[in-house]
Design a protein around this ligand. Structure first.
Ligand code: XUL
Length: 511
């Protein structure tokens, strides 16, 4: 029976998962951590150092080095790579790669004896890639607002947003016109890696394309007027919009035991892939993904936008649309609160939650160590409504975890009210965090078997492009392994705190 490979190129790592849908089993997995495995690229948390805290770029060659290393690690697991019948994948959303006119020729002529990073280096029209954590494009967003007003959100699913690719491209074209002129192709992280796999330009799907402020979700085509205003001639520099199979795997990858020519599915964004991997691709269940960013998303019954303008509409890779609210201060912020409180991870699970009452006596702390996305707040710094520095570790930890959960709930209200939430991402392993989510949302919180739902979604999309049923794979790969029931006794305390979290979002930073 055939295997399928899914690759997730996320902010801090790249993961690969080989699934065996016939046996309903994971055949192999491997990962590459940018900090531990590729320190030479100087992106320990996935980002290059920059004097401006709002500028967040990565080295795109690191993603290529990670792809080579990941495939060699997968092969080293002993899995029969020749049984892989199709490849799929996803990338962190919004990040972009700028390629010159040599890109197409270099791709077509990839040779197995030289690394991908080395071969593709001359194809970069810009040495760095802005990623989703970048908040440096406020001026460009205001220019887009002034030109398009409400049409931007009504047609592309989101108002102009700092981290979205269109404003990033506009800033680049304005500030580095020579390099922009040399740019023949702008790819997303997802479509860039997919292009490398097939040895020619791959399309952008509507899941990831919707995170650009360039894709008209009513026509599922690039919006010519918005593209031209964003940057002159941009429409010609974008790949096609597409779905299904992007092309056949390039012969370069035979060195890892992969068969040349097997179908490579069009890649998507990490959140749309996760929607598939968590089995939430049909309406009814919402997902909370606790990763570098915390996200809340769900399949949408119909195209509908956030009246507050913070949330987004993306294409659902299984068809139709999905909603998404994204919080930049996720795992890195949680971990910093934990470290500064001198606590181990286990402390989150038990001690912190035994020592303090639900609601924390109203003490809340938003750990906004980076400029926040939801709501858009450019000035970083912790916000707390009590003396955070003087408080006990358990109080600080509960204050941050509850504030994050309350913010998720408050900003997800436009998406709907859900009786079931499915959690994924590293921090979802914490029982304390899962119980807090269950109590704050008053919803059942389900954990699923596979931790890396984005790579799983990529593998499932590859299998789906090869004719395997998504519903059958969801049954096999995304079974519920643990449930946290909401405690009704805590409903009132959290409901009462919803206005407090909105007030805290407007407060000045204290540290
Ligand atoms: C979503 C977003 C992040 C990135 C990185 O809009 O910006 O979730 O996709 O995971």
């Amino acid at each position: 029976m055939a295997y399928y490979l899914g690759i997730d190129s996320s902010t801090q790592s790249m993961k690969g998962l080989v699934i065996d849908p016939g046996a309903g089993a994971i055949a192999a997995s491997a990962s590459v951590n940018f900090k531990a495995d590729l320190p030479q690229y100087k992106c320990p948390d996935g980002v290059l150092a920059n004097a401006d805290p709002l500028v967040k770029h990565a080295d795109p060659l690191m993603w290529l080095a990670a792809l080579d290393l990941l495939l060699s690690r997968l092969q080293a697991t002993g899995v029969d790579m020749a049984k892989i019948a199709a490849v799929g994948g996803d990338g962190q959303q919004h990040g972009s790669v700028y390629l010159n006119a040599r890109f197409a020729d270099i791709l077509a002529a990839l040779t197995p004896s030289v690394s991908l990073a080395e071969q593709l280096k001359p194809a970069l029209a810009r040495p760095t890639s802005p990623i989703w954590m970048d908040s440096s494009t406020s001026a460009e967003c205001r220019e887009l607002d002034a030109k398009f007003g409400a049409r931007m959100q009504a047609d592309t699913g989101s108002p102009a947003i700092e981290r979205f690719t269109g404003p990033q491209i506009r800033k680049f074209a304005k500030s580095e016109p020579e390099r922009y002129a040399q740019t023949a192709r702008v790819h997303l992280v997802s479509s860039f890696l997919c292009s490398v796999l097939i040895g020619r330009d791959a399309p952008i799907d509507s899941g990831d394309g919707a995170g650009m402020n360039l894709l008209n979700l009513r026509t599922l085509a690039w919006d010519a007027e918005i593209a031209e205003f964003t940057a002159t001639g941009l429409a010609n520099k974008l790949p096609k919009v597409g779905t299904g199979v992007a092309g056949g795997l390039h012969g370069y990858f035979a060195k890892y035991g992969l068969r040349s020519g097997i179908p490579v599915a069009v890649w998507t964004g990490d959140n749309p892939a996760s929607l598939v991997g968590t089995g939430a691709w049909s309406a009814g269940v919402a997902v909370v993904s606790l990763g570098t960013s915390d996200t809340f998303f769900a399949a949408l019954d119909a195209f509908r936008t956030d009246p507050e303008g913070c949330g987004h509409v993306f294409g659902n890779p299984a068809g139709g649309f999905m909603s998404l609210a994204c919080f930049k201060n996720g795992s890195l912020a949680r971990d910093r609160v934990r470290r500064e409180a001198g606590a181990e991870w286990g402390f989150f699970d038990a001690t912190a939650f035994e020592l303090t009452p639900p609601g924390n006596a109203g003490q809340l702390a938003l750990p906004w160590f980076e400029a926040e996305i939801t709501p858009p707040v450019l000035k970083p710094g912790l916000r707390a409504n009590f003396d955070f520095a003087a408080a006990a570790p358990a109080v600080r930890i509960r204050a941050a975890v509850e504030a994050q959960a309350l913010a998720l709930r408050s900003h997800a209200l436009w998406i709907g009210t859900f009786g079931t939430l499915r959690v994924t991402g590293g921090a979802s392993k914490s029982l304390g965090i899962r119980q807090t989510l269950a109590d704050v949302f008053q919803a059942r919180v389900e954990s699923i078997a596979v931790a890396d739902s984005a790579a799983l979604g990529g593998a499932m999309l590859a299998a789906h492009a090869d004719g395997v049923s998504l519903a059958k794979m969801t049954e096999a790969f995304s079974p519920v392994t643990d449930v946290c029931e909401p405690r009704a006794a805590n409903a009132a305390v959290y409901k009462a705190l919803l206005p407090a979290i909105r007030a805290l979002e407007k407060a000045a930073p204290i540290a």
